[in-house]
Write a protein that binds this ligand. Structure first.
Ligand SMILES: [Zn+2]
Length: 136
């Protein structure tokens, strides 16, 4: 009997630690620029809009809209062998940034572009945001 491969998990670094700390506590944390009032994602050192090094961490709403998705049928990493077919989705968060994640709590054939979503947090060693259909 072979043992199932583990899913790869992200490794937080000094810059991204607040994102993963928030996820572990059930909060979607994003960087916000105090120079130009814009949100940004992925995590970075400088604002992608005005290039100021004035990014601070704020809790985001965790709500957004499904922008697009695909269904993975091939096992590209043995850690995901038991998960296929699974979706990979891009979510437009209400704060104006786009995040890649998975939609959970709904069948893949029920996914619809534009559906409203809310963040949930999953993971054993590192929590990461996933999304599910929004209540109400
Ligand atoms: Zn800025």
């Amino acid at each position: 009997m072979s043992q199932a491969a583990a899913k790869p998990v992200p490794v937080p670094d000094e810059i991204s630690a607040p994102f993963f700390d928030g996820a572990r506590n059930g909060k979607l944390m994003l960087q916000h620029c105090s120079g130009c009032d814009a949100w940004s994602f992925p995590v970075r050192e400088r604002c992608p809009h005005c290039f100021a090094a004035r990014l601070t961490w704020r809790q985001a709403s965790g709500r957004g809209t499904l922008y697009t998705f695909t269904i993975m049928h091939q096992v590209m990493n043995p850690g995901f062998a038991s998960a296929v077919p699974y979706n990979v989705a891009q979510i437009d968060l209400d704060e104006g940034v786009r995040m890649t994640s998975n939609i959970v709590g709904v069948a893949n054939d029920a996914l619809r572009i534009g559906m409203r979503l809310e963040a949930v947090f999953e993971g054993d060693t590192v929590s990461i945001p996933k999304f599910r259909p929004a209540a109400g």
